[in-house]
Design a protein around this ligand. Structure first.
Ligand SMILES: C[S@@+](CC[C@H](N)C(=O)[O-])C[C@H]1O[C@@H](n2cnc3c(N)ncnc32)[C@H](O)[C@@H]1O
Length: 235
């Protein structure tokens, strides 16, 4: 895991990330040396009137983000051909059909020193962007959002909370759902005061003060949840 991470997000809506930067663990990570900067495709487009997209060849609804526009934005930011950039820096397109984000991928990304996230809009990316400029295609789930900005925030949220110090004192991303510490299983249940509410009690073992038994109970609960389809369910 890296100590600090520099993330560049390419987007048509850079101001969306102002709110995100203020979230506690993100703000903590930024204060500890990480960065989260946005590059506006429109600010670098070589086309007139801020054009960034165009109609799809072959017809069909919607607009497609242009390859020349994305190349111009990447060149402006990194001063090199994006075809070579991806060999030294992970350039990740957010796209519904990409590799599903899970804790393993989050750990992998948290070990990088720098990341570039490309947000699509409308119908998505011209395929040549994915093919020639990107090292990874990542999806946050098998559903379709209107744009890649929320997906980029999901990636950054999950990755930045893994960085040392991001969660602050007393919180840890070490032993939680899907972590190696729990063998990839969902986390065990938590309870706090009151010990009884409307007749709903807390498992005795958690009130016993017996640390070894508590550890064993938690591991067992975590395993049981992994065996249930859908993992931890509130229903
Ligand atoms: C409306 S979507 C494009 C959907 C595309 N036409 C398709 O059917 O796969 C516009 C953009 O939102 C982002 N996006 C939407 N759903 C996403 C998901 N599940 N994971 C990651 N990015 C997503 C991508 O950047 C995408 O280019």
């Amino acid at each position: 895991m890296t100590l600090a991470l520099d993330v560049d997000v390419f987007t048509l809506f850079p101001h969306w990330f102002d709110w995100f930067r203020g979230q506690r663990h993100v703000a903590n990570a930024l204060a500890l040396g990480s960065s989260l900067e946005c590059v506006d495709y429109r600010a670098h487009t070589p086309l007139r009137a801020g054009q960034v997209d165009d109609t799809p060849f072959g017809g069909g609804a919607g607009m497609v983000l242009r390859v020349d526009v994305v190349e111009a934005a990447l060149r402006a930011r990194y001063g090199e051909d994006p075809v070579t950039l991806r060999a030294r820096r992970r350039v990740i397109a957010l796209t519904p059909g990409g590799r599903l984000l899970d804790d393993g991928l989050v750990e992998e990304l948290a070990a990088e020193r720098e990341l570039t996230l490309l947000c699509g809009r409308y119908e998505g990316f011209d395929e040549r962007i994915l093919e020639h400029f990107c090292s990874d295609l990542v999806s946050i789930g098998r559903y379709v959002l209107a744009g890649g900005e929320l997906a980029a925030m999901v990636v950054c949220d999950a990755v930045m909370r893994k960085l040392p110090g991001a969660l602050g004192h007393g919180e840890s991303a070490h032993e939680e759902s899907f972590s190696a510490a729990l063998d990839g299983a969902p986390e065990y249940p938590h309870y706090t005061r009151p010990a009884e509410w409307r007749g709903w009690t807390v498992p005795d073992v958690l009130l016993s003060g017996h640390h070894a038994r508590i550890r064993a109970w938690r591991a067992e609960q975590s395993r049981a949840r992994a065996e249930q389809s859908g993992g931890a369910s509130l229903s």
